[in-house]
Design a protein around this ligand. Structure first.
Ligand SMILES: [Zn+2]
Length: 473
């Protein structure tokens, strides 16, 4: 539109006095800069965006992650699983890439070598890469080494390791493809609500169990980022939801993206050619409701997909640059437990006993238990329009209001399970109450201390300030 106005007015342009020409030019710039959703010429568009999808369904059946009682390979492919990349470049040339995956979680040990390769090949810094996993419990176990003690057969471990190495290659490739396809784009975002998340911390006379707590807090918001061509044709929709991707339970042996996989296919089937991407939020203590069957997973996915489609059909807010990406580690304190306390904990519930036993074994080898765990935190600031907070680990919902209080509640998107999935990240309040989410780290040993909450929130505030987020007074 901008080019058309200029071209069409060229004849008149010469007849204007130089003062009038100057005033008109100022006015035009003012109108265009305040209406970025106008279709603009290639020189004026706010963004370039590149998209790529790769199927990551294993060629050979492997055991699935998330439920330790399930040690045999999957039996059927209910749904293919994917890794999807969205590469962005703002007008100043600042670049970043977001990768979403239909997987349980990418721990540091698998994610960082991938990020190193992406950094080298595409000349990016670590802050410009964000990896998210949807936490589906119907996707392969990931590991770069065999763990024979786990009950999984030797041959299956070999397949898991081979799959994981291949997956690392595919993640690098999907990012390269996305950057190779950068094209002028405009971004906008909006938010809605879906009701499938249920707080799962059920209070009983025996303490907090994994159950159903209808009065417990959940984040039911559905943030959506849309990527359009400069002419306004939809190319991609990134959406979030804060709920465990566990409609399917340990009895399921079908490979599947669960509700998030079905929600992505719901959107893609109705909007052919559009890349739908799912990024999980702070759903560490939320389960889908109802759950247990493939039909439940399909229905939950349809409910979320329907809301995403409704948001896409509604007016959305423009998202302008510049893009500023910040990344750091929050040094989260771990509980310093005496040997007697650890020994007592070995008689507790299995999720607690296993971690305590591993810590005792470490002490027995003469090693000192770690004082803290370095959890990655990412903040992407999109001009004055949107702040994307990418937390690592299985973050409980309490962190949503805590972060909103710390950096302001408006124009914020909070994701969990980013860059490193190392275990649960409980709030001080959850640690006081107890329950499964207090199980701590599972990629190494240790239980988070209550003070880790403040350290994490302070790190988010620091990075948001550094990225230029304007806080409401
Ligand atoms: Zn989980």
């Amino acid at each position: 539109m901008a080019n058309l106005i200029l071209d069409g007015d060229i004849g008149m342009w010469y007849s204007l006095s130089s003062i009038m020409k100057f005033s008109f030019a100022i006015l035009l710039v003012a109108i265009l800069s305040s209406h970025p959703v106008f279709s603009l010429g290639a020189a004026e568009v706010e963004w370039k965006a590149g998209l790529a999808t790769v199927k990551i369904t294993p060629e050979r059946p492997v055991p699935m992650a998330g439920y330790s009682s399930r040690t045999k390979p999957f039996e059927k492919i209910e749904q293919d699983i994917y890794a999807k990349a969205l590469a962005l470049e703002d007008r100043q040339g600042h670049r970043a890439v977001l990768v979403t995956t239909d997987l349980l979680g990418l721990p540091k040990s698998i994610a960082e070598p991938v990020c190193d390769r992406i950094q080298q090949r595409l000349k990016l810094s670590r802050s410009q890469i964000l990896l998210n996993s949807a936490h589906t419990h119907s996707a392969p176990i990931l590991s770069l080494e065999e763990r024979p003690e786990s009950g999984v057969a030797r041959e299956d471990w070999q397949n898991i390791v081979a799959y994981t190495r291949g997956l690392q290659d595919m993640l690098v490739e999907v990012v390269e493809q996305a950057f190779a396809r950068l094209e002028p784009a405009q971004l906008s975002w909006g938010s809605g609500v879906a009701h499938l998340a249920m707080n799962r911390r059920e209070f009983t006379p025996r303490g907090v169990i994994l159950g159903v707590n209808p009065r417990g807090l959940v984040d039911r918001s559905v943030p959506v980022l849309r990527v359009d061509t400069p002419e306004g044709r939809l190319r991609a929709a990134l959406f979030g939801y804060a709920c465990h991707n566990t409609t399917l339970t340990q009895t399921n042996y079908n490979l599947c993206g669960d509700y998030a996989g079905f929600a992505q296919s719901y959107v893609q089937e109705r909007l052919p050619g559009v890349q739908a991407m799912f990024m999980i939020g702070c759903g560490g203590d939320a389960n889908p409701y109802p759950r247990g069957t493939m039909n439940n997973a399909r229905d939950n996915g349809a409910a979320l997909g329907q809301e995403v489609s409704r948001i896409l059909a509604s007016p959305m807010q423009p998202v302008r640059g510049p893009l500023t990406c910040e990344f750091d580690q929050a040094r989260l304190p771990l509980q310093q437990l005496a040997r007697a306390e650890l020994e007592k904990m070995t008689n507790g519930p299995s999720w607690q006993a296993g971690n305590a036993k591993a810590m005792l074994a470490k002490v027995g080898r003469g090693e000192k238990p770690a004082m803290a765990y370095d959890a990655p935190v990412a903040v992407w600031q999109f001009g004055g329009d949107l702040t994307l907070v990418g937390l690592s680990g299985e973050v409980v919902v309490d962190f949503v209001p805590l972060i909103e209080q710390a950096i302001g509640p408006l124009q914020v998107w909070i994701a969990g399970y980013c860059n490193d999935v190392f275990g649960y990240l409980p709030s001080a309040h959850v640690l006081r109450e107890g329950g499964y989410e207090c199980r701590g780290l599972y990629t190494t040993e240790g239980f988070f201390a209550a003070t880790s909450q403040d350290v994490l929130v302070a790190k988010v505030r620091e990075l948001a300030d550094r990225a230029g987020r304007q806080r409401l007074k």
